[in-house]
Design a protein around this ligand. Structure first.
Ligand code: UT7
Length: 307
């Protein structure tokens, strides 16, 4: 049995913070941010918005776009690094908000969270435990940022994306690969409630690791890079995205890019990008899609699917 993404949803807070706005907060420039990262703006949640409220809205959007009702969902998985509280899990808060009677749990794998969550969901569907799983990536990174640290505060944004996976006998997730290596944990971590990152070192490991991951995914599935129709990467930095696209010999027109508008929304970045390309009609039925991410831990992984 395959796990097929039957619908997607997304939510972005209304408030937009541009690079120009950030020039007033820290010693930076629009030009530096754009050139080094590709980011032009990010969405920032207001005080009333939480990770769970954004996750709920993205899930409602995905449900509305499906032919399912909330009673049909038999598992909820939320990937987040910024839960409302340590417990209850964000997934349980979403479960209550949506009045869904199903088990619910969170997954924490930083920016790779959504890939990990899809991998877990795929295994629940393959084993027959679940038929319809709601998978959400939701983050409120604005809470974790030191707004006086220019090396990190310009990089992140808030938002939530969701996908509903259903058991399908014909097509869906072809393979999911997840990895972790804890030896680099000092390069990217949260200390005293703020993100600390040695950006340049993370950058180098990310580019190399994602290049190897692309090879591993293609080899494992006996595919050639020309078989991939769309790359939907984690949105941390346009330069990292371009390096992965180059490795796949893919023109940027075949890559879903949202980092310019959303910045890095961690576990929410892939489902938000996927939702955008599905909803505007770029991603079409039967196409082969490669999702990939790299994040703190370090964690990294890919999901290859036939849409
Ligand atoms: O999603 C999880 C994984 N995370 C990532 O993949 C992020 C990976 N890293 C990156 O994306 C990039 O390393 C950054 C965008 C974070 C930084 O770009 P970089 O080209 O690696 O710059 P850098 O850290 O080497 O810094 C270059 C210079 C430094 O000044 P000096 O030492 O050369 O005088 C920084 O102090 O840029 C300076 N700088 C800034 N200047 C203006 C750092 N942040 C800023 C800023 N505005 N916001």
């Amino acid at each position: 049995m395959y796990s097929k993404i039957i619908s997607t949803g997304g939510y972005l807070p209304k408030k937009i913070l541009t690079n120009k706005d950030l020039e007033k907060k820290v010693d930076t420039t629009h030009e530096w941010i754009l050139e080094r990262t590709g980011i032009e703006q990010r969405h920032i949640a207001d005080d009333k918005e939480s990770t769970s409220s954004m996750a709920t809205k993205a899930a409602e959007d995905a449900l509305k776009n499906s032919n399912l009702k909330s009673v049909d969902i038999d598992l909820i998985i939320v990937a987040t690094t910024t839960p409302d509280q340590i417990f209850p899990s964000t997934a349980c808060i979403v479960q209550n908000n949506l009045n869904i009677n199903a088990p619910a749990f969170d997954i924490q794998a930083a920016c790779t969270g959504f890939i990990y969550a899809l991998s877990v969901a795929d295994n629940y569907i393959r084993t027959g435990f679940s038929k319809n799983i709601l998978v959400i990536g939701a983050e409120k990174y604005s809470n974790l940022l030191d707004w006086s640290d220019r090396s990190t505060c310009v990089l992140f944004g808030d938002g939530a994306g969701a996908a509903i996976l259903s058991a399908n006998k014909d097509k869906g997730i072809i393979s999911s690969l997840i990895h972790a290596d804890g030896q680099y944990n000092d390069l990217l971590s949260v200390e005293k409630n703020h993100i600390k990152m040695k950006g340049n070192e993370v950058f180098k490991v990310a580019v190399n690791t994602l290049s190897n991951l692309v090879d591993e995914t293609l080899t494992k599935n006996n595919l050639d890079k020309t078989d991939i129709d769309w790359l939907v990467p984690h949105q941390a930095n346009l330069r990292i995205i371009k390096a992965t696209a180059k490795k796949l010999s893919m023109p940027l027109e075949r890559v879903v890019v949202t980092v310019n508008k959303h910045a890095n929304t961690s576990a929410a970045s892939i489902p938000l990008a996927l939702n955008e390309a599905v909803r505007d009609g770029r991603i079409k039925e039967d196409q082969v899609i490669l999702l990939e991410a790299f994040g703190s831990g370090f964690t990294w992984g890919s999901v290859l699917l036939r849409y």
